[in-house]
Design a protein around this ligand. Sequence first.
Ligand code: URA
Length: 232
Amino acid sequence: MRLVKLIANLGYGSRKEIQMAIRNGWVTDRDGNPLKVDSKTPHEDILFDDEPLDPPEGMVLLMNKPLGYTCSTKDQGRLVYDLLPDRFRMRKPVLSTIGRLDKETSGALLFTDDGTFLHKVISPKSEVPKVYEAELDRPLKGNEAAIFASGEMMLENEQKPLKPAELDVIDDTHVRLTLHEGRYHQVRRMFAATGNHVNALTRIRIGGLGLEGLGEGEWKLLGEEEKSRIFG
Ligand code: URA
């Protein structure tokens, strides 16, 4: 029964369907021997339909989110989950995004089914910096870096000033901005408060982890070294 529950929790089907799959011999070890419901074969040696099983609970994914996709499981329109295998939506525990990107923001987006890891990444204590590249509608005025770094900038309808953020100027309409917190639409609202408008926004880095060759809409599982880079 352990095997049925394990595979069902990975989203491959209901317990009934998995029982059937086992009975039909679709669940095997690496040598192609069909497994029984009471098999104790290690996770990494189990094949479903000749393919290794998805990783167990505790997985972390990095996606290069394209524009036009929403970070939600059930909004109208295109969802970031549409870019992952369908069964990932049925996993238990659920696979969530770590924070969100706006529909019209692209770039680095993490997912996990590990609640402890999720909280560690978003916790203010971890101070994971997030780096964004923005294209602005109008040339910079020149005082933005000082305003963002001041630790005194207030956004509309907020009670607490923003933490200091670092602005690197690429040219007068292109910047890199490093944030140490994640408020709603933060980058767009920061530039709006300076009288500008963000035309295009992409997150290029979360902590020490960049997109490194991951194309738009692509994703990959993170290993231990890449996970630790988020905090490094
Ligand atoms: N700031 C924004 O304005 N949008 C995002 O998606 C992320 C940060």
